[in-house]
Design a protein around this ligand. Structure first.
Ligand code: ADP
Ligand code: MG
Length: 364
């Protein structure tokens, strides 16, 4: 049996933990096709918590019900790419030879610009509406997914939201599911970029239950015929902190240790697997996440790392010997970067597992 774990961003795990209810609601919405919960959703959460995987799942469910799907990531020009994909779909579904009367949006030179001129925006809206009407007759619809929304150009996002809002109001079978880092999404919504998005279902993904991780590990290794020492599954599950990316990393290295040991695993090998996985997490997640953090912002993180749980912002400012105002600026930038998050009144906590440990180790 091949190692089933997938410690790679955007790759579907062998067992998708703790997401059943959300997906069920989405699937239910797909069946009704318009005007119900789940069809317009915003998925938020820290890096590695499983946002892209959820978008993939949504796509699979939609396709399974015969829906057309367009998936984009939020680099500049996503609106024109989306419009082109809709054009292509319309051509494919149309009866008669493809007319191609409408010039592709990117070919018209809007490919890298972040806004469509007024008339092309109307064109996209109408094109989409006719596509949706056609899909409606077939009893299906169109799902658009947009990943990494925190990077989206605001003007472009505003245009897209306006167009989708229009389709929604007309009762057309459209579903829009986007994903991004929580703080940036809050900003977007607060700025009033789109009232319609503010009414979207907000799905905040969090760590999964440690017990579920343990049960999942136990099941999978047992199926493979691997034998672990008592307590090894609980120890490994606890080390993941329920963080999906670590669930995959630790699962993956445990599997490798099990293969090396011929199926009966020693306690020492379990420790080795966890150790390697945690180190890899730092290289793959923590390192890249802090690569662009300035020295000043790093000193804020270091001051936080002295705590074992959430940090008081006042205490952090004091430790840094910075004014409250200055510390507030550091804090805002770090939240924006998805490295820390507010944790109740006057407190912040790390958003990425392993970050605290990394800062402590690198302080010496
Ligand atoms: N519900 C889940 N249960 C177990 N593993 C998961 C789950 N969701 C995601 N993963 C795993 O976590 C990692 C990160 O998922 P991804 O969707 O890329 O995160 P994000 O987009 O939030 O950064 C991948 O290795 C994926 O297989
Ligand atoms: Mg992602």
């Amino acid at each position: 049996m091949e190692n089933p774990f997938r410690p790679t961003f955007g790759r579907t795990p062998p067992e998708l933990l703790d997401r059943g209810d959300t997906l069920e609601e989405f699937e239910y919405g797909l069946r009704i096709r318009s005007g119900v919960l789940g069809l317009v959703s915003i998925i938020t959460g820290a890096r590695g918590v499983g946002k892209t995987v959820m978008l993939n799942e949504a796509q699979d469910l939609a396709q399974g019900q015969g829906w057309a799907v367009i998936s984009e990531t939020s680099t500049d020009g996503f609106l024109t790419r989306l419009a082109d994909a809709a054009l292509l779909l319309d051509d494919e579904l149309g009866d008669g030879p493809p007319s191609r009367k409408v010039l592709a949006f990117t070919a018209a030179g809007f490919g890298v610009t972040t806004q469509l001129p007024q008339e092309r925006q109307v064109e996209f809206r109408n094109l989409g509406a006719s596509l949706l009407q056609r899909l409606d007759k077939q009893g299906t619809g169109l799902l658009i997914t947009l990943d990494e929304v925190q990077d989206a150009n605001r003007a472009e996002l505003l245009q897209l939201a306006a167009v989708i809002q229009h389709w929604v109001r007309d009762g057309l079978p459209i579903s829009f599911v986007c994903a991004g880092l929580p703080a940036a999404i809050s900003d977007i919504l607060n700025e009033g970029v789109a009232t319609f998005l503010r009414r979207a279902d907000r799905i905040d993904l969090h760590a999964v239950d440690i017990e579920d991780v343990e049960a999942s590990y136990t099941r999978q290794y047992k199926e493979a015929g691997f034998v672990f020492p008592d307590g090894a599954m609980a120890e490994s599950a606890a080390a993941t902190l329920g963080y999906p990316f670590l669930v995959q990393l630790i699962g993956y290295f445990l599997w490798r240790e099990a293969e090396k040991s011929g199926g009966t695993v020693a306690a020492e090998s379990v420790k080795t697997a966890i150790h390697i996985a945690l180190k890899r997490n730092i290289r793959m997640v923590v390192g890249p996440a802090i690569a662009r953090v300035s020295n000043r912002d790093m000193s804020y993180l270091r001051a936080m790392a002295l705590d074992t749980g959430p940090s008081s912002t006042a205490a952090v400012a004091k430790r840094m010997d910075a004014s409250l105002q200055l510390a507030t600026n550091y804090r805002a930038r770090l939240i924006e970067a998805g490295l820390i998050e507010p944790a109740g009144r006057g407190e912040v906590k790390f958003s990425i597992p392993g970050l605290r440990e990394y800062l402590r180790d690198s302080a010496n």
